[in-house]
Design a binder for this molecule. Sequence first.
Ligand SMILES: N[C@@H](CCC(=O)N[C@@H](CS)C(=O)NCC(=O)O)C(=O)O
Length: 230
Amino acid sequence: MKQPYRLYYEPDNASLCIRLAMDHYLIPYETVLVDRSVAEQRSEEYLALNPNGKKPALLADDLVLFETEAILLWLAETHGCGLPRVDNPARNCALKWLFNFSNTLHPLMRNLFYPEALMQTDETKEALRAGSRAAILDHLDVLESAVGHEARFATISMLDFHLAPMLRWLAIYPSEHKGWYTLSDYPNLFALAARVEGLSSVKASANAEGLGANSFTAPKPPNPPEGSPT
Ligand SMILES: N[C@@H](CCC(=O)N[C@@H](CS)C(=O)NCC(=O)O)C(=O)O
């Protein structure tokens, strides 16, 4: 018998997107906490899995995967779920948004959460945050329109399991720089978050990471059973 996949995770991190997808599409997995309090993501063992030192990583038999979007795509292809199949023209619409997330919103959010990766002084860090916030607000306008008008977003897919967590994180991290974004200002994105939140599979994911009630429409800092989100 095949081993369940192994998701290397930390609560309320990018690995949440993978957990949400695997819970929803009933893909068996087990989790391994990558504990940032002891810098486990920089350990020799973890770097052998993901040389970038970031979560998530997914171990599937002998295959080691990293990059959130690549993992979501691989799960969809391997399990025939969550994205239109190769012979379906709708696939291109889905992939363009998946790649868009990986090139715009997701990396811009890293500038808010980890400005020290690029900048040294308080002043330059704040300048990076400010520029990134402005760019994110522009992207949210684009997404608000797309989610409202594109058929792709009418049904739950891997895109939702990526976008809903990002909308959550923007509202609560970093805790000392909140309040510049309000999800309810974007009715279509709010509706997407509510749709995801209403899925029965999401309750299991939210419980496993201590996300609390209304974890996507009115997110609060989590209280995870193990590990720490920051
Ligand atoms: N492009 C990566 C980004 C993942 C990422 O930024 N993960 C964060 C947690 S949300 C992380 O590992 N941060 C620790 C660090 O950067 O040292 C992906 O999509 O997998």
